[in-house]
Each structure stands twice: as structure tokens, then as C-alpha cells.
Design a protein around this ligand. Structure first.
Ligand SMILES: NC(=O)c1ccc[n+]([C@@H]2O[C@H](COP(=O)([O-])OP(=O)(O)OC[C@H]3O[C@@H](n4cnc5c(N)ncnc54)[C@H](O)[C@@H]3O)[C@@H](O)[C@H]2O)c1
Length: 310
């Protein structure tokens, strides 16, 4: 992707900053971010001449001004935490749904060519029909999941009503450098790595035989770019299509770090699902194949990054 004007909402967060870093040398990038969980330090070069950063909440931003001349939008800004959304469902709706509708409306006015939306496997909820296909009915079990499902519906409705092109990417378990390890709700990979690097005993909830479908953040970046370049309007799972148990994951991380610390097993947490696995056949529609055969290399890259910040 070259010589395009791109808006990245949430571009200072974990995933958005990877997208910005990848595209910045060959495109003009505008980031809008309210710093709720993002940070300038996530960017390789916050001073890059191709970069404009607007520190503002998407709900309050002057979108018509921001979207002038924008070709493509990567829309990642969101309250991205399930527990926070359960504590504050109205805030989640304001942040995730209402702000998205305003963005879509302005995108139509400004003739944006396409919007790529960061959705989530959370929309499948407790659906056990593995591997999960995009055609399954959403079964959201949290306000966060409901917000993502409703944004997908608004995207479809804006495509039908105004011809605004879109792809909604349903990410499964994303991991990689820059992922937050400090949050109370940190994901399993940063939790395991940071515990071992800091000499703590990691915790596994349940028997550890629960499985997840992990996908490297750089694959997420490429999926966003491919989706942008494709003519596909609709929803696509972004995942490896492979299941890995939490016990096996822990073994791999332990081996990579040369550690012999055993995990502490605590009772299963309420609401945790047993298995999650994507059907990834729709990735063809955006001409993308994940690099999931290199999981161990990707994990090493992630561990090396954590070593630099811990
Ligand atoms: N990380 C994952 O495993 C995962 C999985 C599925 C979906 N997603 C989705 O991908 C997107 C990015 O996730 P992430 O992991 O990078 O999260 P993140 O919290 O690191 O990034 C979100 C960014 O959006 C900003 N932001 C939040 N609300 C905003 C608002 N109202 N106005 C402006 N900026 C705002 C935050 O400051 C942050 O920089 C989110 O939409 C999330 O729901 C992430």
C-alpha cells in the first residue's frame, strides 16, 4: 500500500501502532487516539514527517475535518475490555457503537474508499460450533461483544444504504510485542511471559486443557492491509485456524525461556470458555494467509520484546 491517506483510530494502542509503523514510510497517516489505553511510546517514530497525531476522543473529534482527503480508515479505537464493558455498558456503547456510527456517517460524506473494522471473536460468545464460521448467528455474552456485533450490523447497513465499503475483521487471540502486561485483564501470553521473566509463578485457571486460537499481531496488520486492498465487503475471521491448549502454550514458553517453574492451577473462572477455534476459509476472500506455522518464532520475538521492557 503506497501514497494513500490513511486514518487509524486507536493508532496508539497495541494493534493500531503496529499498523501505523508498517504503513508510515509510504503513506500519510493520521492517528486519532484518546490515550485511554494507548501511548505515544508505542510508535517507532512519533515524529515521523508522514504522521499527524490528534489526541482526542473519537466521539468529540471534528471528523469531517479529519476525514478530508482520507482514502482508507482502520478503525480500532474502542473500549477493548470485556470486564470494563460489564462495569460500564453505557460507556461501552458510547465509545464503541455511537462513535463508530459518527465515523461511518462522516466517512460517507467524505467519500472514504473503505473502512476496515476491528471486530472480535467475542461476538461468537458461547457458541460451541467449532470451527466457528462467520455465518453463525452472533451470541454476545457481554456489552463489549454486543458492541462489536452491532458495529458489524451498522457497517453492513452503511454499505447497503450508502455504498460505504467495509471489511469487519474478527480477531481471535492476538499476541505480540507491545501487548499490555500490566492490565488486570492481561491476556494469557503476556501474563505467562511477564511472570516467568519477573520470577513469579504463573497462574493457569482450570485444568489448562482449554484451547485457544492464537494469531500474531503482524498477521493482524497484514490482514488489515489485505482487507483494505480487496473488494470484499463482509466479515472475516482472522485467526490461525489451529488450536493450542493453555498447558501446551505454557510448556513452549517455559522451554523458550529455559525455565522449570511450574504453573499454579486455580479454579476455572466464571465465564471462561473451554475452546475457541476459527474457521479461516474466508481469509481467501481478502487474499490473506496467516503465518501461523511460525508460532514458535513469533513467540520468541514477543519474549524478546518483553525482555526489553521488563
Ligand atoms: N488485542 C486483542 O486480542 C483483540 C482481539 C479482538 C479484537 N480486538 C479489537 O482490536 C482493537 C484494538 O485492540 P488493542 O488490543 O490494540 O487495544 P488497545 O486498548 O491497545 O487499543 C485501543 C486504542 O484505542 C484508543 N481509544 C479507545 N477509545 C477511544 C476513543 N473513544 N477515542 C479515541 N481513541 C480511543 C486507546 O487509547 C488505544 O490506543 C479494539 O477495537 C479491540 O476491541 C483486539
Amino acid at each position: 500500500m503506497k501514497n494513500k491517506n490513511i486514518l487509524i483510530t486507536g493508532g496508539l494502542g497495541f494493534i493500531g501502532s503496529h499498523i501505523a509503523d508498517e504503513l508510515i514510510d509510504n503513506n500519510k497517516i493520521t492517528i486519532v487516539d484518546n490515550l485511554s489505553t494507548g501511548a505515544l511510546k508505542n510508535l517507532k517514530n512519533p515524529e515521523h514527517e508522514n504522521l499527524k497525531i490528534v489526541i482526542e476522543d473519537l466521539s468529540n473529534a471534528n471528523l469531517d475535518e479529519l476525514l478530508k482527503d482520507i482514502d482508507y480508515i482502520f478503525h480500532l479505537a474502542a473500549m477493548a475490555s470485556v470486564p470494563l464493558s460489564v462495569d460500564d455498558p453505557v460507556g461501552c456503547t458510547e465509545n464503541n457503537v455511537n462513535a463508530t456510527i459518527k465515523l461511518l456517517e462522516s466517512a460517507v460524506k467524505n467519500d472514504v474508499k473503505k473502512i476496515i473494522f476491528s471486530s472480535s471473536s467475542a461476538v461468537y460468545g458461547e457458541n460451541l460450533n467449532m470451527p466457528l464460521k462467520e455465518s453463525e448467528l452472533p451470541m454476545p455474552t457481554s456489552p463489549y461483544a454486543a458492541s462489536k456485533a452491532s458495529c458489524e450490523l451498522y457497517l453492513q447497513s452503511f454499505y447497503d444504504s450508502y455504498g460505504l465499503n467495509y471489511t469487519a475483521l474478527r480477531y481471535f487471540n492476538v499476541f505480540g510485542p507491545k501487548q499490555d502486561k500490566n492490565s488486570q485483564y492481561a491476556a494469557v501470553i503476556p501474563n505467562f511471559i511477564s511472570a516467568l521473566l519477573e520470577g513469579r509463578q504463573p497462574v493457569i485457571y482450570g485444568d489448562g486443557e482449554q484451547t485457544r486460537d492464537f494469531i500474531f499481531v503482524k498477521d493482524i496488520v497484514q490482514a488489515n492491509i489485505k482487507a483494505c486492498e480487496s473488494d470484499y465487503n463482509g466479515i472475516v475471521n482472522v485467526a490461525s485456524g489451529k488450536k493450542l491448549s493453555v498447558n501446551r502454550l505454557y510448556e513452549i514458553i517455559k522451554e523458550t525461556l529455559g525455565s522449570d517453574v511450574e504453573a499454579e492451577y486455580l479454579p476455572e473462572r466464571a465465564g471462561d470458555i473451554k475452546h475457541s477455534l476459527a474457521d479461516v476459509s474466508n481469509l481467501e476472500k481478502i487474499n490473506f494467509k496467516s503465518d501461523s506455522d511460525n508460532f514458535e518464532e513469533q513467540l520468541k520475538e514477543t519474549i524478546n520484546w518483553f525482555k526489553t521492557v521488563l
